[in-house]
Design a protein around this ligand. Structure first.
Ligand code: NAD
Ligand code: DAU
Length: 332
C-alpha cells in the first residue's frame, strides 16, 4: 500500500485518476486541490472513507505542501490552469499555478526525497501540419504556442532540471486530449454535448479542420499508474491512443448520436494561435512499459460520454450559464 498525494484531484483527469486508483489498487489517496472554478468536490463523492482524504489548498502554499509531501510516498501532480482560451484572456493564474505551483511541489519532493510524477501535455511540442506523416515523440523539440502550453513547457523543464541538478526522483508524462466523465463544460466535447441538450447549436472554431488525438481519461489513468509503478526515473513518456479526429468530425458524431442533423452546428471566430494538429507516438510507453489503451473505440466512448452528461445534469448545470456567457462575450 502506498500513500499518493494527488494534486488537482478535484478536476477532470485528476478525479478520474483518483477513482481509478481506488478501484484498481489498495493505495491511499490524499487530494490537494484549491477548488478553482475547475475543481468540483462533487466529482469525488462516494469514495471509500479510510482510503481517501481531501485538503483544500493552493499548490503554491509552501507550508501546506511541505507537510503533505512529507506524509506521502508519491506525489502525482495534476493541478494546473488547463484551458487555452482562458490563458489567452488572463495568463497570470497560469504562471502562478503551472510554474510557481510546480516549483513549490518539486522543492518539497526534493527536500523529503519523494517520488514525483509530473502530468503534462502534448501541447508543449507545438503543432503539426495536417499532412505531416510525423507524430510527436519524446525527442520532438519543445515549441509551445499559447500561454497555457508555454507554462506547461516551463513546468516540464523545471522538473527535468530538478532531476539532473538535485536528483529529484521524477518521471514526466505528456498526454493528448482527454475525454470522458467529469470534464468541465468549457472544454470542446462537453460544451457541445451540453449545448445540444440545451437546444443550442454546437460551435466550431474557424473551419473545424484542427485535429486532436483523443484518449479516454481511464486510459490516461492506467498509463500514469504504469509509469509510477514501472517508469525509469528521469524519463519522459508520451501517452496517446491513436485517436486523431478533426473537430468537425467530432461535432458531427455528437450530433448524430444525439439525434440531430449532422450539419446543425455554427462556425465561430477562431482561437488566436490555434494549434492545427496534435498526434502522439506512444511506442516508448507501449514497448518499454507494456501499456496498452483499453478504451480505443471513440464512437462507443462518445456515446457513453453523452449518456453520462444526460444522467449528470446536476453536476454540470451550475457551470453552464456562466461558461456560455463568457464564450458569447468572446464571440465564440
Ligand atoms: P482541470 O482544469 O479540469 O482541473 C484542474 C484542477 O486543478 C482543478 O481541480 C483545480 O481546482 C486544481 N487547481 C488549479 N490551480 C490550483 C492550485 N493553484 N492549487 C491547487 N489546485 C489547483 O484540468 P484537467 O483537464 O483535469 O487537467 C489536469 C492536468 O492534466 C493538467 O496538468 C493538464 O495540463 C494535464 N493534461 C490535460 C489534458 C486534457 O485533455 N484535459 C491532456 C493532457 C494533459
Ligand atoms: O492536447 C492536450 C490539451 O488538450 C490539454 O493540455 C489541455 O489542458 C486541454 O484543454 C486540451 O486543449 P485543447 O485546446 O485542444 O482543448 P479544447 O477542449 O479547448 O479544444 C479542443 C479543440 O476544439 C480545439 O481545436 C479548439 C476546438 N474548439 C473548442 C471549443 C471549446 C471548438 O472548435 N469549439 C469550442 O467551443
Amino acid at each position: 500500500m502506498q500513500k499518493l498525494l494527488v494534486t488537482g484531484g478535484a478536476g477532470f483527469i485528476g478525479s478520474n485518476f483518483v477513482r481509478y486508483v481506488l478501484d484498481y489498487t489498495n493505495n491511499h489517496v490524499t487530494v490537494l486541490d484549491k477548488l478553482t472554478y475547475a475543481g468540483n468536490l462533487a466529482s469525488l463523492e462516494g469514495l471509500p472513507e479510510g482510503r481517501f482524504a481531501f485538503v483544500m489548498a493552493d499548490i503554491a502554499d509552501a507550508m501546506v505542501v511541505d507537510r503533505l509531501v512529507a506524509e506521502c510516498d508519491v506525489v502525482v501532480h495534476y493541478a494546473a490552469e488547463s484551458h487555452n482560451d482562458n490563458s489567452l484572456h488572463d495568463p497570470r493564474p497560469f504562471l502562478d499555478t503551472n510554474i510557481v505551483g510546480t516549483y513549490t511541489l518539486i522543492e518539497a519532493a526534493r527536500k523529503h526525497s519523494k517520488r514525483f510524477h509530473h502530468i503534462s501535455t502534448d501541447e508543449v511540442y507545438g503543432d503539426l501540419e495536417l499532412d505531416d506523416p510525423a507524430r510527436f515523440t519524446e525527442q520532438t523539440p519543445y515549441n509551445p504556442s499559447s500561454p497555457y502550453s508555454s507554462t506547461k513547457a516551463g513546468s516540464d523543464l523545471l522538473v527535468r532540471a530538478w532531476v539532473r541538478s538535485f536528483g529529484l526522483q521524477a518521471t514526466i508524462s505528456n498526454c493528448s486530449n482527454n475525454y470522458g466523465p467529469y470534464q468541465h463544460v468549457e472544454k470542446f466535447i462537453p460544451r457541445q454535448i451540453t449545448n445540444v441538450i440545451d437546444g443550442i447549436r454546437p460551435k466550431l472554431y474557424g473551419k473545424g479542420e484542427n485535429v486532436r488525438d483523443w484518449i479516454h481519461a481511464n486510459d490516461h489513468s492506467s498509463a500514469v499508474l504504469t509509469i509510477i509503478e514501472k517508469g525509469i526515473i528521469g524519463e519522459t513518456y508520451l501517452i496517446g491512443a491513436d485517436g486523431e479526429r478533426n473537430n468537425r468530425d467530432v461535432v458531427e458524431l455528437i450530433l448524430e448520436h444525439m439525434g440531430q442533423p449532422r450539419e446543425a452546428y455554427d462556425h465561430v471566430v477562431d482561437r488566436p494561435g490555434h494549434d492545427l494538429r496534435y498526434a502522439i507516438d506512444s511506442t516508448k510507453l507501449r514497448d518499454e512499459l507494456g501499456w496498452e489503451p483499453q478504451f480505443s473505440n471513440f464512437n462507443a466512448g462518445i456515446e457513453d460520454t453523452i449518456a453520462w452528461y444526460r444522467d449528470h445534469e446536476n453536476w454540470w448545470r451550475p457551470q453552464k450559464a456562466q461558461t456560455e456567457a463568457k464564450y458569447t462575450e468572446q464571440g465564440q
